[in-house]
Design a binder for this molecule. Structure first.
Ligand code: HPA
Length: 247
């Protein structure tokens, strides 16, 4: 079974033939929404809406630990996380798809480990390569198979939100080496790693980041919905193709 986490623009996964929904409870609290089980291209899959069914949970209040724990209990082969991002790299335009290979974490105050509490021992987890190389390759191959262009290497900057960044903050992220910016990539990726789950992300460029491209004077939120709607069609096709070709 593949687990899929959907973000802004993907709070339902229409490629999923739904069999049932189940509310999960975890030692870390309740996930953002009920888990939706079903099949994509005849293969079992489970879907979770990161921001809740009504898109009401902001990035800094998502219960990432409950989300990843609940998915882990379904024993998936991996997690594909879909998330909207702003573009920092000049080559990346709204509507483009990105399979990031690295993360810089600027978030703060988010519960970001399972290794804490009275019964826990201090544990340091290797995170040199935050995304699973095999899952990334499968996604890239599926994208190639359907002729969807994806950028296969990019550094993802995870910011705290829910506000967007200032232009100076985006300049700083660029100097740090970031290509795209989003608000939910962390601690999702490290929690999956702590539980030993292969994790990869498909980022959908929703807008130019603050101070860039047509966001020079400000980020227009109206345009974002249209861009996401159109791009999510390709995201669904990539995941469908990846699952269909999985023997
Ligand atoms: N910044 C942070 N997160 C985002 C953006 C952005 O410009 N666009 C979509 N998610």
């Amino acid at each position: 079974m593949l687990a899929i986490i959907g973000g802004s623009g993907l709070s339902q996964f229409s490629a999923l033939e739904v069999s049932h929904r189940r509310r999960a409870r975890t030692p870390w609290g309740e996930p953002s929404a009920a888990l939706t089980f079903g099949h994509v291209a005849g293969r079992p899959a489970v879907f979770l809406a990161r921001h809740g069914d009504a898109h009401s949970i902001p990035p800094h209040q998502v219960n990432y630990r409950a989300n990843i724990w609940a998915l882990c209990e379904c024993e998936p082969v991996g997690i594909v996380s879909v998330a909207a991002v702003g573009s920092i790299h000049p080559d990346l335009r709204p509507g483009d798809l990105v399979l990031p290979h690295q993360i810089i974490d600027y978030t703060w105050g988010r519960p970001s480990t399972y290794h804490e509490g009275p019964d826990s021992v201090v544990t340091h987890v290797d995170f040199t390569e935050p995304y699973d190389p095999l899952l990334r390759r499968q996604l890239a191959e599926a994208a190639t198979a359907i002729g969807a262009l994806v950028r296969v290497d990019a550094v993802y900057a995870a910011t705290q939100g829910p506000r967007l960044e200032t232009a100076a903050e985006i300049n700083r992220l660029e100097r740090d080496g970031a290509d795209v910016v989003g608000m939910t990539g962390m601690p999702e990726a490290i929690l999956a790693r702590e539980l030993g789950l292969p994790y990869a992300a498909i980022n959908v460029v929703a807008n130019y980041a603050a101070g860039r491209g047509d966001s020079r004077q400000g980020v227009s939120l109206e345009a974002i919905h249209d861009v996401l709607d159109r791009a999510m069609e390709r995201v669904r096709a990539i995941i469908r193709t990846m699952l269909a070709s999985d023997d």
